[in-house]
Design a protein. Sequence first.
Length: 94
Amino acid sequence: MEPSTEVALGEAPLTLVIKVDENSWFNLRIDDQRDQDFILPPGGSKTIQAKIAIVMTLGNRRATQLILNGQQLDLPESPDNVIRNLTVNAEQLN
């Protein structure tokens, strides 16, 4: 019997890369424990590590790219260019 190559959800670390083209602000809750608030300048980027999930609010949706474990995520539409309570976790990986 071959060993399983599947990893249980939440065991694999998540690496989220945030890239912006214009000033953008963020509020992140990482693994339901740590809060981070920050602003990225044009051309800025930040890498976040999590075990389970990142819940974020972000300003300037149009200028933001989110890349989770090497895969670019599609951001939901927002009439005011702000995305609230977006959950990023392993379920978004193909």
